[in-house]
Ligand binder design. Structure first.
Ligand code: ASP
Length: 458
């Protein structure tokens, strides 16, 4: 039929096209910003009628399938683990892994920001200008943070009252919980009743992954449109005064990826980091251009299964959970930003207080939604804890999009790393299972391919 996603050897590979889209969109956007300015009618027209719609259609294609995919993957993932004790073991291991890597990320960020101290170098005039410009946006975020605190209700609300409403509201944790219960119950009923449901869920999952493949054909254009929108609006103007802070965030994200996560890939997953990163390019570019872990989940699942060869029941279990719970990039960013803003406002931290910042960064990264700017309201909450004015967030809002793109990329790299490590530790996957063909997402998903769920090692 049509060209498989990822390319099939004929013509340019999909991920090359996506990267090209990214580069072209960015160059045109920066050029438009520098030469015409963000408010120029032509730039506005392009954003309204061309770049914006193309980007949004790509994004919506991905969002469209997130909820059915999360439900089917989690239910099948749990059912595939068979015994409820396996679910407990794999679930416990997965959560422990999420917490450890998220805490390592926050710690790295806090150490770097404390050593480099970008907050002490911010020009006071820039500070007041930024506070004035972004005061309105900051007020909205402060309100949002007051509306959605992190308390006991957050935990109780995970047990959804109405899974359909959760899906409609994009309440991922509610849908995950329903999927977990559904999958667990599926293993407890008579096999002859369970079988048709498994086949049906399997079909749902195959169909949505097929839709991802179709959506990914739009990716080069969608990505170009999304990036054009960001760069034409923001340009480089704020990168200079906030340069030190931006460099600390991006430097720490790179260090976490190249050192910490690569060590997990090498020793936890037994896989060459170079091979790993080359296989997950489609996910990385999707995360970077959408700034949304949730929007990247469909691509992530396809990449894990088709480009890394991870058994579907493991990827389907770990990735949807990691998507909301494992945000390495976000917790690193939060740790840095709290300490940076505190310093700008003349507040300094003792080591035990830094430990609290670290813990709060981890907790809020677990609670943040995987959407653009999802962590900002929670970040405001941490700032308030330490007496930093919530409006202080105004200082960083103007450049948040570029930081968001970068931290979301690290979030999804963390999720995929977790999937490999957990799959290997369960004895159901090893580096030898990574398909030899480069290019990815080119294998047809066949309905008859996985009725026999690989069972985890006893
Ligand atoms: N945009 C991030 C994500 O989707 C969340 C955040 O840090 O704001 O993973």
């Amino acid at each position: 039929m049509s060209e498989p996603v990822g390319g099939n050897g004929r013509g340019m590979k999909l991920h090359t096209k996506i990267l090209l889209g990214l580069a072209i969109g960015a160059v045109l956007g920066v050029a438009a910003n520098l030469m015409l300015g963000a408010d120029h009618p032509t730039v506005e027209w392009i954003n309204k009628y061309l770049a914006g719609p193309v980007g949004q259609i790509f994004l919506r294609m991905l969002f469209m399938i997130v909820m059915p995919l999360v439900f089917a993957s989690i239910a099948l993932g749990v059912a595939g683990l068979g015994d409820i004790r396996n679910v407990g073991r794999v679930g416990g291991k997965t959560l422990a892994y999420f917490l450890v890597t998220t805490a390592l990320a926050a710690t790295l960020g806090i150490i770097l920001v404390s050593a480099i101290r970008p907050g002490s170098r911010l020009d006071p005039t820039v500070r007041s200008e930024l506070l004035a410009t972004y005061a309105g946006d900051a007020a909205t975020k402060v309100e949002a943070s007051q509306a959605g605190g992190f308390g006991i209700e957050t935990l109780v609300n995970i047990v959804t009252r109405n899974p359909v409403k959760s899906a409609v509201d994009m309440d991922m944790l509610g849908v995950i919980f329903f999927g977990l219960m559904f999958g667990a119950a599926l293993t407890m009923i008579k096999p002859e009743s369970a079988k048709p449901m498994m086949v049906w869920l399997q079909a749902v999952q195959d169909i949505v992954i097929k839709i991802v493949e179709i959506a990914m054909r739009l990716a080069p254009y969608g990505v170009a449109g999304l990036i054009f929108g960001v760069t034409s609006r923001f340009g480089f103007a704020l990168l200079v005064p906030l340069g030190n802070y931006v460099m600390v965030v991006i430097g720490a994200l790179i260090l976490h990826t190249v050192v910490t996560l690569s060590l997990f890939v090498r020793f936890g997953a037994g896989l060459s980091p170079l091979l790993f990163f080359s296989r997950i390019r489609s996910s990385m570019v999707t995360a970077f251009s959408t700034s949304s872990s949730a929007a990247t989940l469909p691509t992530n699942l396809a990449v894990a299964e088709q480009n890394l060869g991870i058994p579907r029941h493991v990827a389907g279990f770990v990735l949807p959970l990691g998507n909301t719970m494992c945000m390495n990039g976000t917790s690193l960013f939060e740790g840095i930003t709290v300490i940076f803003l505190a310093e700008v406002f003349g507040i300094s931290f003792t080591i035990p207080q830094m430990a609290v910042v670290m813990a709060m960064s981890v907790i809020t990264a677990v609670g943040a939604a995987g959407v653009p700017g999802g962590s900002i309201p929670l970040l405001v909450g941490i700032l308030a804890m330490f007496g930093v004015p919530g409006e202080g967030i105004a200082l960083v809002l103007g450049i948040d999009r570029i930081l968001d793109m970068s931290r979301t990329t690290v979030n999804i790299i963390g999720d995929l790393t977790a999937t490999c490590v957990i799959a290997r530790s369960e004895g159901v996957w090893s580096a030898a299972d990574v398909p030899a063909v480069v290019g990815g997402m080119e294998r047809e998903v066949k309905l008859d391919e996985s009725p026999d769920w690989p069972k985890p090692a006893a």
